[in-house]
Design a protein around this ligand. Structure first.
Ligand SMILES: C[S@@+](CC[C@H](N)C(=O)[O-])C[C@H]1O[C@@H](n2cnc3c(N)ncnc32)[C@H](O)[C@@H]1O
Ligand code: SF4
Length: 453
């Protein structure tokens, strides 16, 4: 395994979209095309499956020095209400495009820290959203909570508004690591919010853990999982630490690179974590994710409904996902578009009636086929090209690129299909990269992606 880790540890995308953001064709994209693709997707899907909404709530009180998310650090809570008003204005701009009342199937509040906002302001946000929308019958609402600032009021208010799923950022329980990443967060805080969520009635509580953090050793992962087992979250995201110090505002400066585990050590942290999680009854779902068999993510894996988009893995697919708030990415199935990242610029654009996107991509026919394979691989660890719509001109080249991974025992290639073996799962990003025609046509000139291992 060690040799394989060395061989395949290269910068690579996490494939929350295909094409990946750095390969979007910005020259052949316009706001008008984006709106057209949104309306088309809305008309095709609203009544049957509903639409998804992702809302980015970017503020955090304190900078965690490992964090790669888009956030703004502030202790000034006066920013909350103007921001929510802008998100509602942005929503209104989309509602003006829709030919009928939207039906919301999935709603996710991400960040930043959604629980930076008061419960009262979050209620105003959700109530505002539903002034012009209806809930789908089987709607699923979720949010990301910070264990240090999620209150009973947050949990009760969001529960009453229909939220049943919450995920908490845990990362690692060791004190020296928490200090290095500037996120001191005792077990008792996580236990409090986890137990309280269950008591209030949340049916899926998730914990985010990370392997590959500065100073992290096998004993730390083991201890973190022992504590995690006590609380038995329904879902666990076990993320590979993404070291991306070149991203503006990432704040990954609080430790030295020599404090990070080597790629081989990092892989061992993952293997150990995976072993402990399996012993505790968790099943691996796609990349980085684990769930108990009672959780909807596991059920969707069995029924083949598991999907992946900018929100990560989801239990079902809607063709249209609208991203609201700074830096959010929308996905109309025919195209993607990303909002501007600055809070002031965002608020200025929406108050002038402009959908605040600054870049995007409209998928070509070839992109659509490749996306299908990448989604199959990321969600099901297999793909096939039995049908016409699954075949593409450069398939032979892709299979040639995969030859070495087949000889290394990571995948099995058949005449019209491919299966990722258990040994190949850690290398899923590399396997998807073989299909990524944009990446092969133009190799990046600078490092754009985190390392695959
Ligand atoms: C937006 S944060 C969660 C909500 C809240 N802000 C918190 O920190 O608790 C989402 C999750 O992304 C993960 N994350 C952030 N930066 C990461 C990085 N550089 N590498 C891997 N995972 C990261 C963390 O596990 C984090 O809990
Ligand atoms: S991990 Fe969460 S709380 Fe920490 S800076 Fe990132 S988004 Fe904010």
């Amino acid at each position: 395994m060690h040799g394989l880790v060395q061989k395949y540890n290269v910068p690579g995308p996490r494939y929350t979209s295909y094409p990946t953001v750095p390969y979007w064709d910005l020259h052949n994209f316009s706001g008008a095309q984006w709106k057209e693709s949104v309306v088309k997707s809305f008309e095709e899907s609203n009544a049957d499956e509903g639409i998804s909404i992702y809302i980015h709530l970017p503020f955090c009180e304190q900078m965690c020095t490992f964090c790669g998310c888009h956030k703004r650090i502030t202790k000034r809570h006066e920013v909350e209400w103007p921001y929510i008003k802008s998100v509602l204005k942005e929503w209104k701009l989309y509602c003006d495009l829709f030919p009928s009342r939207p039906i919301i199937k999935e709603l996710h509040l991400g960040g930043g820290t959604p629980t930076f906002f008061s419960a009262e302001n979050l209620k105003r946000l959700i109530d505002g959203l539903f002034q012009t929308a209806t809930r789908a019958r089987n709607y699923e609402f979720s949010f990301e909570g910070h264990p240090n600032n999620t209150t009973r009021e947050h949990l009760e208010t969001l529960y009453k508004l229909g939220f049943r799923r919450v995920s908490y950022g845990v990362q690692d329980y060791s004190q020296n690591i928490q200090k290095a990443i500037n996120r001191v967060q005792p077990y008792k805080n996580v236990a409090y919010v986890t137990n309280l969520s269950r008591e209030i009635g949340y049916t899926s509580v998730g914990h985010d853990l990370i392997f590959g953090l500065p100073h992290q050793h096998l004993g730390d992962v083991e201890r973190t999982i022992v504590f995690t087992k006590r609380l038995k979250p329904d879902r666990i995201a076990f993320y590979s630490y993404a070291h991306v110090p070149w991203i503006k505002g990432s704040g990954q400066r609080g430790f030295d690179e020599v404090d990070l585990p080597s790629p081989g050590e990092k892989r061992r942290l993952y293997e150990k974590g995976k072993e402990f999680l399996a012993e505790a009854g968790y099943v691996e779902i796609g990349m980085d994710h684990f769930a108990l068999k009672s959780d909807s993510l596991y059920k969707s894996l069995l029924s083949g409904k598991l999907h992946r988009n900018f929100m990560g893995y989801t239990a079902s697919k809607t063709h249209l996902m609208i991203g609201l708030g700074v830096s959010s990415i929308g996905d109309s199935w025919y195209g993607f578009a990303q909002n501007v990242k600055g809070v002031e610029e965002y608020e200025h654009l929406v108050s002038n009636g402009i959908i605040p996107i600054f870049r995007g991509h409209i998928l070509t026919d070839e992109d659509e086929v490749i996306r299908r394979h990448i989604l199959n691989l990321m969600c099901r660890f297999r793909t096939s090209w039995k049908n016409k719509e699954e075949r593409f001109e450069l398939l032979d080249q892709v299979l040639e690129r995969l030859g070495e991974m087949e000889s290394d025992g990571l995948i099995e290639i058949h005449s019209d299909s491919l299966r990722v073996k258990e040994e190949g799962r850690p290398f899923i990003r590399n396997i998807c990269m073989a299909f990524d025609l944009h990446l092969h046509r133009k190799a990046p000139e600078t490092q754009l992606f985190s390392m695959t291992i």
